[in-house]
Design a protein. Sequence first.
Length: 269
Amino acid sequence: MFRFSRIFTLTALLVSTTATANTALEQAVNNPLRTAEFTQRDQYRNPVATLNFFEVTPQSTVVEISPGAGWYTEILAPMLAADGLYYAAHFPATATGFGQRSRAAFMEKLAANPQYSKVQVTEFAPTPGISIAPAGSADVVLTFRNLHNWYMAGGEDALLTAFSHFYTALKPGGVLGIVEHRLPEAKLSSDWSRSGYMPQSLTIKLAEKASFTFESSSEINANPKDTADHPSGVWTLPPSLRLGEQDREKYLAIGESDRMTLKFRKPLN
């Protein structure tokens, strides 16, 4: 009887904790201070389900890699402010051109609103010598639609370097969450390297080579309408719509890209 009661209590506690985390995620996504343009993309990015899949809770220490204009920052920073910690690993302070402008705009965004006062801004580049967070401190490292940029710039070596930084920052047992534009495996023989899409098989192979354990995948962010063979690659689709008015309605009807959602774990030992 005692053993059954203990199991029941532990199960109830787990269910309660999960429900609390889900509620916190929903509240963060429904934050009225989020940018209106950003919220319009929730239908494609599914933030509640995605962050839940990656085991993000209000108590997590989370590192987001290359947060860009802060789409996920608007969700993660307020949610983690009280009991967690949010590291935004942006372009290095020494970046030039687009990287410099992007980081400056992000810093301006943080300074303009007190809800971002606890954000810890660090640096990331797929090169040696970068520290995205103190070693062994992170529960979760997240990267959204970034792998193709690193691959186009430096191939597999750049991705392996990036994964090495993620591995160093994570606690044993910590989660690496990846969302990326997905290249159909049937197109591996095509000239895909500058399309903005990445093969799921290659992503898993390189993460495992960097000592991560592949745990599971999800179709949360799948889009079967996306054929991944557009004239200007993934940027043909919204939100970029690189072709302008040419076939605009066609690409709006497709929506944002088909995306893999992959969860890896740093081994306990």
